[in-house]
Design a protein around this ligand. Structure first.
Ligand code: GLN
Length: 498
């Protein structure tokens, strides 16, 4: 049997080899992760931990391995974002209103991962209903980024990003081998960038939304968060596929993403959109982007500057479309059908009290804005206009993809920020999403891959955006950058030193 730190250092691909070669068992691997979760408890990574379930899953995996059957994820200890309904395991969406919700069904994606042999460590922390970029809106308190500014002292606690912040931080801290996230406007990619891990938002419709608690149905998309591009490819293969229970799920064959990685990037045409800038552009971000471009070129890709003129209106467009859909989706939490109820003198008061008590401030703000932009008199001015702009954004991308295969941009306009920064100003928080929302509005696959550290020692990510259903090219360029960057994930094992 290998020792704890050796086991925790393995990614999915290596752990799979070790399990198949019987160098260690799934129970040993899982026990190592349960110990790492204990160590990392101060990071508040999980809302619900499921150690007994994990060991039972691991024993099942060992039995499968003994019998010579191994699926893609057999014995892999993972975290599920607490937005994925899990049968018999509390699922909260990080909200008080679902604080005691015990789903009677399993989401398609978590069911697929289970069928592929994955071991459930627990339900990862997140922003409430996936609304946020910092984890600060979780009703269970935020997860904390295992990374710290280097230099004198320990440095202030940083956000892991959001909304899938618990998932990304758990992977970065070595408290899960990989995790699921969901991405509506950047919630897989931005926390992956802040935590120095890989996060892939697949094409809209690639992974089923069935059983994933809805935020904005035309944008929500589950995807993997992992330590390497290869791990993300393996996990995506286990999560993806057509699902008749989700009418927006795509009837597309699922390629062998792992095999697709072998292709390399020779001759691939990489577009660099000059519009992906903030003013002022942080020098660290600018330099990281330029390094990524050089790495792509050195690996044999051709670099072309492209223009996506509708990038600027993408952010306000997103915050109209997503909030409109959220206001409709969250109408179901009325104290009657789901979740917590606060009594009132009559029905209207019961609704009001339930929703006022059950939802946090950011969720309430979004329901108000969403309701406003859908209301008579404002529908045309805001919602309808936003839909038109959304179509133009998608058009921009399809024009660019006539001449390039993928696009390369920064993932976020900076590294992880302090846990309590930006909490007073919702717009400052929304501005974090400038580089991630355009691909969401266009439904395109996009991945964040770590490129290196800022001068103060914090991870930065680059974003690779691809054509619809061409996750393979996204993974290939991501892999080339990962290889060239040689990113050192060592703070992952320092989680205990909070
Ligand atoms: N940060 C964005 C928001 O707050 C994106 C969230 C997400 O992708 N779920 O809406």
């Amino acid at each position: 049997m290998a020792d704890l730190s050796e086991l925790l250092a393995l990614g999915i691909a290596d752990a799979r080899d070790g399990l198949r070669a019987r160098r260690f068992t799934a129970r040993e691997l899982t026990s190592a992760y349960l110990a790492a979760m204990d160590e990392a408890r101060a990071l508040n990574l999980y809302i619900t931990e499921t150690p007994e379930r994990a060991l039972a899953d691991a024993d099942l995996a060992d039995a499968r391995l003994q019998a010579g059957h191994a699926e893609a994820m057999t014995g892999m200890p993972i975290a599920l974002k607490d937005l994925f309904c899990t049968e018999g395991v509390r699922t909260t969406a990080a909200s008080r209103i679902l604080g005691d919700f015990m789903p009677p069904y399993e989401s398609t994606v978590s069911g697929k991962l289970r069928a592929a042999g994955a071991v459930l460590l627990g339900k990862a922390n997140q922003d409430e209903f996936a609304m946020g970029s910092s984890n600060i809106t979780s009703a269970f308190g935020p997860s904390i980024n295992p990374w710290r500014v280097t230099g004198a002292g320990v440095g202030e606690a940083l956000t892991p990003g959001g909304s899938s912040g618990g998932s990304a931080a758990a992977v970065a801290a070595g408290a899960a081998i990989a995790a699921t996230g969901t991405d509506t406007g950047g919630s897989i990619r931005q926390p992956a960038a802040y935590c120095g891990v890989v996060g892939l938002k697949p094409t809209y419709g690639r992974c089923s939304r069935w059983g994933v608690i809805a935020f904005a149905s035309s944008l929500d998309q589950p995807g993997p968060i992992a330590r390497s591009v290869e791990d993300a490819a393996i996990m995506l293969g286990a999560m993806a596929g057509h699902d008749p229970k989700d009418s927006t799920s795509a009837a597309q064959p699922v390629p062998d993403f792992e095999a697709a990685l072998q292709g390399g990037v020779k001759g691939m045409c990489v577009g660099v959109p000059k519009d992906y800038r903030v003013d002022p552009m942080p020098p660290d971000v600018e330099a990281a982007w330029a390094r990524g471009v050089e790495m792509a070129k050195a690996a044999g890709a051709e670099i072309v500057e492209v223009s996506l003129p509708m990038t600027k209106p993408a952010l306000p467009t997103y915050y109209i479309v997503a909030l409109a859909e959220a206001s409709a989706n969250l109408a179901r939490y009325d104290g009657v059908r789901y979740g917590a109820r606060q009594e009132g003198a009559d029905l209207a008061e019961m609704y009001a009290a339930t929703r006022a008590e059950g939802f946090g401030a950011e969720v309430r703000r979004r329901i108000l804005i969403g309701t406003y932009v859908l209301s008579a008199g404002y529908y045309d001015a805001y919602y309808k206009k936003a839909q038109r702009v959304r179509a133009l954004i998608a058009q921009d991308f399809s024009t660019a993809f006539q001449s390039v295969d993928v696009l390369l941009t920064p993932t976020a306009p900076g590294p992880a920020f302090g846990l309590n920064e930006k909490t007073e100003d919702p717009v400052a928080m929304y501005l974090n999403d400038v580089f991630t929302v355009p691909a969401s509005l266009a439904g395109l696959p996009a991945m964040s891959v770590p490129i290196g550290l800022t001068a103060s020692g914090l991870p930065l990510g680059l974003q690779v955006i691809g054509r619809p259903f061409d996750e393979a090219s996204v993974l290939r360029l991501g892999r080339a950058i990962e290889d060239a960057a040689g990113f050192d994930r060592s703070p992952r094992l320092l989680a205990g030193g909070v």
